[in-house]
Design a protein around this ligand. Structure first.
Ligand code: FAD
Length: 456
């Protein structure tokens, strides 16, 4: 048999097993199904499957492994950049986009979330119970992909990484078994999947703790980028004494002139401080006094309903072609702030941001998994938009230069959720856990069936 004949034969076997849930190149809908949220990434898998139940996920894993193919679980494709360089020609992309739904147990303050659900799905059901979750800045990121990769939220300095709110997962492992992993059931797998994510199987549901927070003091302050140096120095100084209840980000954003943008952003470069402060209005206002004294052109800080937090960081509401790089920083002395301000002018950078981490993010809880804490005090994150494929090399050069500008202050750590490009050594995100994680990967997935955005 030639390779082509073998592929046709395999496709026939898979189609017989999975019916119209599986799409092959040339099938109607294949191109839409293979396109991730990060539309800069041209994923070309052997096939795409869109299961809609746990039983269908089991069938996919059994059929794909039986055919000798690898499997890449994906919920939204926000992290498709990290899969970017992988050869997917012998991989079935399993899109969990059709497996969404959330049930909240208000008394227990927990949620059971189906494998492909977004944070917006959780917030919609949790908010009527005055509950929220440790979600990130974008509401359309998946709960599983974010939580099992660490998860830096607006509460990260007060409450630690999102992954520590995971209570259990139901996961289909490489042998095609549907198993539950929690502190009491399959504890090794539970440890590994909290960080190992899609490298250990396809998660069909996840149980997480919710927080009794109905509203929060949050918002942004905005100035013209001409003020970037003054504002950045003031913010860096402010963060050295800010309490753990305050989680904020500093950004310089450069917008092209686009009619769909609001006038205060279109064609402008601006410097923005945004975040959330878990304090009373009076205490939060007092805390912000020093920054407000810099007379921002816009000040939206105030008490908002918790679900409105996903709008505060102004993440793109639609699929977006982007390349990003990041590094964790040990400290942010004045020389580093100068380097940040200079780097924000690198041509091609859309966003140059520093997130304030530290606090509870650095403390490892007693029963955490492979990722449970993050060293470092700050995180530098450089983002470039890639409107056309030929612009990718320039965008990559810009984001790399953006992060390299702060090289003297880089910590020996990475934030797993922010690994977004190929060629990054994921071991740096796991630290001491890496060796045990590799051993468990060999035990649970000896043939390396699962291809994750951040491979183990
Ligand atoms: C606009 C934007 C804003 C962001 N904001 C934040 C933020 O504030 N804080 C933060 O920490 N991160 C943030 N991120 C990063 C984001 O949390 C990670 O990239 C995350 O891994 C994306 O998860 P996903 O499932 O949506 O993406 P996908 O690309 O679909 O999945 C990423 C990986 O997660 C695993 N995975 C996803 N679903 C499943 C499943 N059901 N079963 C098994 N494995 C699965 C797989 O390994 C997959 O390769 C942001 C990213 C973007 C693009």
């Amino acid at each position: 048999m030639t390779i082509n004949e073998l592929a046709i034969d395999t496709a026939g076997v898979l189609r017989a097993a999975l019916g119209d849930r599986i799409l092959f190149p040339g099938d109607e809908g294949f191109d839409a199904a293979r396109t991730p949220w990060n539309v800069a990434i041209d994923q070309r898998p052997f096939a795409v499957v869109r299961p809609e139940s746990a039983e269908e996920v089991v069938a996919v894993v059994r059929a794909a492994t039986g055919a000798g193919l690898r499997i890449a679980p994906q919920s939204t494709g926000h992290a498709a950049g990290a899969l970017g360089d992988a050869d997917l020609s012998r991989t079935v992309l399993v899109s969990l986009a059709g497996l969404r739904g959330v049930v909240v147990d208000a008394a227990a303050q927990t949620a059971r979330v189906l494998g492909g659900s977004h944070w917006n799905d959780v917030l919609a059901v949790a908010a009527p119970h005055r509950l929220t979750a440790l979600h990130g800045s974008a509401g359309d990121v998946s709960v599983v992909g974010y939580s099992l990769s660490g998860g830096l939220s607006f509460f990260v300095r007060s409450r630690g990484l999102g992954v520590n709110t995971v209570r259990a997962v139901q996961i289909v492992t490489a042998d095609g078994a549907l198993v539950r992993a929690s502190a009491d059931e399959n504890p090794d797998l539970f440890w590994a999947v909290r960080g190992g994510a899609g490298a250990f199987g396809i998660v069909v549901s996840i149980e997480i703790d919710l927080l009794p927070i109905a509203d929060i003091y949050a918002g942004m302050l905005l100035w013209d980028a001409e003020r970037a140096s003054e504002v950045s120095h003031a913010w860096a100084e402010w963060t050295t004494s800010a309490p753990e209840t305050a989680t904020t980000t500093l950004r310089v954003m450069s917008f092209p002139p686009l009619p769909e943008l609001p006038p205060f952003l279109s064609g402008r470069s601006v410097v923005v401080i945004d975040g959330a402060i878990e304090e009373t209005d009076a205490a939060a206002s007092a805390l912000l006094e020093g920054l407000r004294a810099l007379q921002p052109e816009m000040d939206t800080f105030g008490r908002i309903p918790s679900p409105a937090l996903v709008a505060v960081h102004m993440d793109p509401p639609e699929p977006t072609p982007a390349l990003t790089e990041h590094a964790v920083l040990d400290e942010l002395p004045p020389e580093a702030v100068d380097a940040f301000v200079a780097s924000s002018r690198i041509p091609g950078l859309f966003v140059q941001e520093i997130r304030h981490i530290g606090g509870a993010a650095q403390r490892r809880p007693a029963h955490g998994g492979a990722i449970a804490s993050l060293a470092g005090e700050y995180l530098i994150h450089s983002i470039a938009i890639v409107p056309a494929p030929e612009m990718a090399p320039g965008a990559m050069a810009a984001t790399r230069a953006g992060v390299a500008a702060l090289a003297p202050w880089h910590a020996d750590a990475l934030a797993l959720t922010f690994i977004d490009g190929a060629g990054v050594d994921p071991a740096r995100a796991y630290g001491d856990a890496w060796e045990r994680l590799r051993e468990l990967k060999a035990a649970y997935d000896p043939a390396n069936v699962f291809s994750a955005a951040r491979p183990v």
